[in-house]
Ligand binder design. Structure first.
Ligand SMILES: [Zn+2]
Length: 210
């Protein structure tokens, strides 16, 4: 019998609260409003971990990169540059849309270049019950995992759901998320993190004025 047992997987590294992979991707620059934002994608391994946490990469595809990426350092560095450019372009576009402003052209051009790349590497394939869009193998190149992210962003931006994209109300957080709550009044990235902190602040403010 062949050895098919998976290595035990690590617990997720990224907090995926965005409700859409492209918003989770934007949130990989943490503490954006501060003077010292925290980069959660410091190298290709972290980008690949993001890929696994979000389901873009299967565990064996993550292993493939972990084992081989040191053999193609330039391609990996290029993928990293593209990833950060795409992320910042998405941030600029979504913030503009949230503020009912025109999206910056440079950012749109960047997203479009990524969409182009994604289209070049996707095709319609016959699956049970019909046809489906499929990307080439996620291990075909280091930047492959940006294809589904760019596509998800374009789909969201062109849909009516884009009106439900919000930034966390905490002034120090401002993570983006898709508000899927029934009454569309979600204010926090997560109640556990920012929601609770705000509650505690209100409690102490009340105590002071009592
Ligand atoms: Zn928050």
């Amino acid at each position: 019998m062949s050895e098919t047992k998976q290595k035990s997987r690590q617990p997720p590294k990224f907090e995926l609260i965005g409700g859409n992979v492209c918003l989770d991707f934007i949130n990989t620059l943490d503490d954006r409003p501060s003077t010292q934002p925290k980069e959660l994608l410091k190298n290709f391994y972290e980008l690949a971990r993001f890929g696994e946490d979000t389901g873009i990469l299967k565990p064996e595809e993550l292993d493939f990169f972990y084992e081989r990426v040191h053999l193609v350092p330039e391609e990996a560095a290029d993928a990293m540059r593209r990833a950060i450019h795409l992320r910042e372009a998405l941030y600029a576009i979504f913030t503009a849309v949230m503020n009912r402003q025109t999206a910056p052209q440079l950012a749109l051009n960047r997203l479009n270049a990524n969409l182009h790349d994604a289209a070049l590497h996707s095709r319609l394939v016959q699956v049970e019950g019909g046809l489906e869009w499929r990307f080439e193998s996620m291990t075909s190149r280091c930047a492959a995992m940006l294809w589904p992210i760019a596509r998800a962003a374009a789909d969201l931006l062109a849909s009516s759901d884009v009106a439900r994209v919000r930034a966390c109300s905490s002034p120090t957080c401002q993570w983006l998320f898709l508000d899927k709550s029934k009454n569309h009044h979600r204010r926090w990235c997560s109640m556990k993190q920012c929601g609770n902190r705000a509650k505690v602040r209100r409690f102490y403010a009340k105590k002071r004025t009592a």
